[in-house]
Design a protein around this ligand. Structure first.
Ligand code: SAM
Length: 222
C-alpha cells in the first residue's frame, strides 16, 4: 500500500473513533477525558477479523472462547464511574478479554494491572498492547477474583464479568478513597452495575444501571 493510502486509512480510522466518541457523548457520557481516551484507542485492532467493520458501532462483539469485547458505551460508563477530579490512579481490571478496556484505562492512568483467566486471550491482549506501545499495563493469567495482592492497594478496580457478589479480596485491595465498579447478579438474574466507594468509615455502594455481562468464572487458567 502506498504512503498516501496508509495515511488515508489512518485518517478514516481516526474519524471513526471520533464519531464513536461523539455518539457516546450523545448517549450521556459527559467526561471529556474519557471521550478523548475512546477517540484515542484503535478499537478495530481489538476485534476479531470478521467484525472489523463493526468495530466503531456501539455494540459488544465476540472475541472467541465464548467471550466478548464490551460495548463502547459500557466501557466509557464504567471508566467514567472510576474517574475522580484528579484523574485515575493505579487501576486493577478483572477480565482483560480483548485488552480494549485496559487500553482505554492505560490512556488515563499511570499504571494498569489486568488479569484474564483464559490463557489464549491473555496472550493475545498482552502481545497487542505491547505492539501498540502501551507500556504501563501489567498482565497476569489467572483468577482475577483473588485480585493482585502484591500491587494493592488500587485506587480503582473494574470487574468486567458478573458474579452474584463482589469478591471480598477485591474490596480488601481497594484503597481508602478508591472506587470499584462491577456488574453484580447471578447467571439467570438481572445484573446491576454497582459503584462501591471506600472511605475510612467503610464501604458505600450505588446502583448505576442494569447490564448484561459474561460470568466471572472461579476456575483458574486454561
Ligand atoms: N474488558 C474486556 C475487553 O475490553 O475486551 C471485556 C471482558 S469480557 C466481557 C469478560 C472477561 O472476563 C472474559 O475474557 C473472561 O474470560 C474473563 N473472566 C471471567 N472470569 C474471570 C476470572 N475469574 N478472572 C479473570 N478473568 C475472568
Amino acid at each position: 500500500m502506498s504512503a498516501a493510502a496508509v495515511g488515508h486509512r489512518r485518517g478514516l480510522a481516526r474519524a471513526a473513533r471520533e464519531a464513536l466518541a461523539g455518539k457516546l457523548r450523545g448517549r450521556g457520557i459527559g467526561d471529556e477525558r474519557v471521550l478523548d481516551a475512546i477517540a484515542a484507542v484503535p478499537r478495530h485492532r481489538f476485534t476479531e477479523e470478521g467484525f472489523t467493520h463493526l468495530a466503531y458501532e456501539d455494540q459488544s462483539l465476540s472475541i472467541g472462547h465464548g467471550q466478548t469485547i464490551s460495548q463502547p458505551w459500557i466501557v466509557a460508563l464504567m471508566t467514567q464511574a472510576l474517574m475522580t477530579k484528579g484523574g485515575l490512579g493505579q487501576v486493577l481490571e478483572v477480565g482483560t478479554g480483548s485488552g480494549y478496556q485496559a487500553a482505554v484505562l492505560a490512556t488515563l492512568a499511570p499504571r494498569v494491572f489486568t488479569i484474564e483467566r483464559v490463557a489464549a486471550l491473555y496472550r493475545r491482549a498482552r502481545a497487542l498492547l505491547e505492539e501498540l506501545g502501551y507500556d504501563n499495563v501489567h498482565f497476569r493469567c489467572g483468577d482475577g477474583a483473588k485480585g493482585w495482592k502484591q500491587f494493592a492497594p488500587f485506587d480503582a478496580v473494574i470487574v468486567t464479568a458478573a458474579a452474584a457478589g463482589i469478591p471480598p479480596p477485591l474490596l480488601g485491595q481497594l484503597a481508602v478513597g478508591g472506587r470499584l465498579v462491577a456488574p453484580v447478579g447471578g447467571r439467570d438474574e438481572t445484573q446491576e452495575l454497582m459503584l462501591v466507594t471506600r472511605s475510612r468509615r467503610g464501604y458505600s455502594e450505588r446502583r448505576l444501571c442494569s447490564v448484561k455481562f459474561v460470568p466471572l468464572v472461579g476456575a483458574c487458567g486454561e
